[in-house]
Design a protein around this ligand. Structure first.
Ligand code: AHR
Length: 308
């Protein structure tokens, strides 16, 4: 016999639209803006209602946003934590409200990892190692010493901590390689230029290598190096992380030597995870997107393929 049509309000109740509260940490870099676009587009595509908040690099604002999501009783909360520490209390509030939490892009340091369901994002330690390996290879016939300057990202953030650690663990192999200059430059072009100007002044231009924790800071540093009368990519080897189109253009011009890719296009993976959590499925604790390393040799060919 024919199944009777359901009353329309029953159909609507069955078709509950999943609500995701997402706290983005800021808009400091081209990578970040690509990450935001990817999340917004993927939510639309997946039919997930996205409540989006930009915390402008403030942990306090992120905590406030997450608290608002809890009050709104969203189905799932995801956030990209600006720094690693200080999340226990707000994650406990989310758990008490029965709302599952996903970490997107960056990691947190917490004593109870069950406070989040899964962490979707790059392996920053491995990115630092890849940068170090490139440098060892690039300088394999250079007797040294090799003076390195490092532009760190946001102080206390997981990409900055882990990229720095991975890089050091690899270059340690060569005792004549020293990181003589290292300071945070907040992952921005302007700060990258400012901090690099300081390094160049202090060293009198005696820097062989720059390791920038992201492309935006590398672009700022290139400005500073040129102002100082040196040739980026020749007088100073430049290694950067992210893989933005602008960095590829610089690499094609020979001003950046190597870019370690960090994939910002996390939106589709995130939406799939949100749906699976909502449906009660179990997810792996760690999800890492695929990533590559690019050097000058491939830059020109690859530039047109960059999606961000
Ligand atoms: O957390 C990822 C990092 O944050 C990217 O490398 C950087 O560009 C961004 O600001």
């Amino acid at each position: 016999s024919r199944i009777p049509d359901l009353p329309s309000d029953t159909v609507a109740a069955d078709k509950h639209k999943i609500v995701l509260g997402f706290s983005q940490l800021g808009s400091e870099s081209d990578w970040r803006n690509a990450n935001t676009r990817s999340i917004q587009e993927a939510a639309k595509e997946a039919g997930i209602e996205l409540l989006f908040d930009n915390a402008e690099q403030s942990q306090e604002k992120q905590i406030e946003a997450i608290r608002r999501f809890i009050e709104r009783k969203v189905d799932v909360i995801a956030f990209a934590p600006v720094i690693e520490t200080g999340w226990e209390d707000i994650l406990t509030e989310a758990r008490q409200a029965g709302i599952p939490v996903i970490l997107s892009d960056r990691a947190v340091q917490i004593s109870d990892p069950s406070l989040y369901v899964t962490f979707i994002g790059a392996d920053f330690y491995e990115e630092g190692r890849k940068a170090g390996k490139y440098l060892l290879d690039k300088k394999r016939n250079d007797p040294g010493p090799v003076v390195i300057a490092e532009l760190q990202g946001t102080e206390g953030s997981s990409p900055s901590i882990e990229r720095g650690r991975g890089f050091r663990d690899v270059i340690r192999e060569r005792a004549d390689m020293t990181i003589a200059y290292s300071a945070p430059a907040d992952f921005t072009v302007a700060k990258g230029a400012e901090v690099m100007r300081g390094f160049l002044r202090e060293s009198g231009g005696g820097i062989d290598v720059l390791f920038a924790h992201n492309d935006d800071m590398a672009l700022g540093a290139i400005e500073a190096i040129e102002e100082f009368g040196l040739k980026p990519g020749e007088d100073i080897v430049i290694i950067s992380v992210d893989g933005t189109r602008k960095a590829f253009e610089m690499m094609a011009e020979g001003k950046i030597n190597c870019v370690v890719e960090c994939n910002p296009l996390l939106g589709p993976i995130l939406m799939q995870a949100v749906r699976e959590i909502y449906e009660g499925r179990t997810l792996p604790k760690r999800i890492v997107p695929p990533e590559s390393v690019f050097t000058e040799v491939l830059a020109e060919k690859e530039v047109a393929n960059r999606q961000y």
